[in-house]
Design a protein around this ligand. Structure first.
Ligand code: ZN
Length: 317
């Protein structure tokens, strides 16, 4: 018998692939909203407490992510995430690259400086992509400073404002993630300013059993994202940074310039979506404080792929 051609089935699979491609959901643990070119998309998710760590809701991670003068992507978790010294920062401070008055050096320093992201478990409630395939499942959601400020001021409101304890599995709140492109200059960037907590409290499921099942399927964020194996030792990190960055700066300036120019064009295209934030003072003992940027999508995808490969490597061992 001939193999039956079922256009509907095939199209369904192709559509799913396309959506995965567009949303960058290459790491199955991660959930990433897609920002439409026109109009806005709204997703409904429920932030979950990470009960494996006693109810903490999110972890913060610093990461260096940039295309190095060597041409390869330099994606490394910053040791300062765990309170350790960072070879990149030591180099930048020693050379005073943020403050020596040379715009090229300052540009370089900003590029290689660490970026900040937060990660939280969420239950996806409403997500139209892939025929709602993500709905009812738990993922890790990466977000930046602006969303962090929203959730932080919900938990720790200004005097006179009402607290929103959204994490409560029984009477917490869903979060409506609204994303749209906003013009900055002549380019569009994803913007999440209109995201809000739902007004009505709700339980994440109808029964205790179902609630427990959801909470138990949360990822242990510290193990998934902050385990020691995801951080290089100072020496390893320094060696890599030297080979891919410092050596080019001190020797092959010509090649660096070429890559810098290429990167500049690219950076313009892929400017990051959220506002920049000031790092802690002790991180940067220089006069002018550099900013900790959000990770842009190129960098993020490269890092996800790297993490995924790492995990797969772990499994096959
Ligand atoms: Zn660092």
């Amino acid at each position: 018998m001939a193999i039956r051609w079922n256009e509907e089935d095939v199209m369904k699979k192709l559509k799913k692939q396309k959506e995965e491609e567009e949303s960058g959901q290459t790491d199955k643990r991660m959930w990433t909203p897609t920002t439409p070119k026109k109009g806005k998309s709204v997703y409904r998710v429920r932030p979950l407490p990470d009960m494996t760590s006693g109810g903490e809701a999110w972890v913060k991670r610093f990461q260096h992510g940039f295309q190095a003068p060597s041409g390869s992507w330099f994606i490394e978790n910053c040791p300062t995430t765990m309170g350790n010294k960072c070879p990149v920062e030591d180099y930048l401070n020693k050379q005073n690259l943020f403050n020596n008055g040379d715009p090229k050096d300052k540009n370089f320093a900003s590029k290689v400086y660490k970026k900040k992201n937060y990660f939280m478990n969420i239950l996806v409630i409403k997500d139209d992509r892939s025929d709602g395939e993500n709905e009812g499942k738990v993922f890790i959601w990466r977000f930046g400073q602006k969303i962090y400020e929203k959730i932080s001021s919900a938990l720790f409101p200004e005097p006179g404002m009402e607290q929103i304890m959204f994490l409560d599995p029984y009477k917490g709140r869903d979060f409506l993630i609204s994303t749209k492109m906003v013009k900055d200059g002549d380019k569009d960037y994803p913007n999440y300013d209109e995201s809000v907590f739902a007004q009505t409290p709700s339980a994440i499921a109808d029964t205790d059993e179902a609630i427990n099942k959801i909470l138990e399927s949360c990822f242990d964020l510290k193990t998934e994202l902050l385990a020691p194996k995801y951080f290089k030792t100072y020496e390893e990190f320094e060696k890599m940074f030297k080979a891919n960055v410092i050596d080019y700066r001190s020797g092959e300036r010509k090649e660096e310039k070429k890559v810098e120019e290429k990167k500049e064009e690219k950076k313009e295209d892929k400017k990051i979506e959220e506002k920049l934030v000031e790092p802690k003072k002790e991180d940067v003992p220089v006069k002018e404080t550099p900013v900790v940027e959000e990770v842009n999508d190129d960098e993020f995808l490269a890092s996800l792929n790297k993490e995924l490969k790492h995990l797969q490597g772990e499994k096959t061992k």
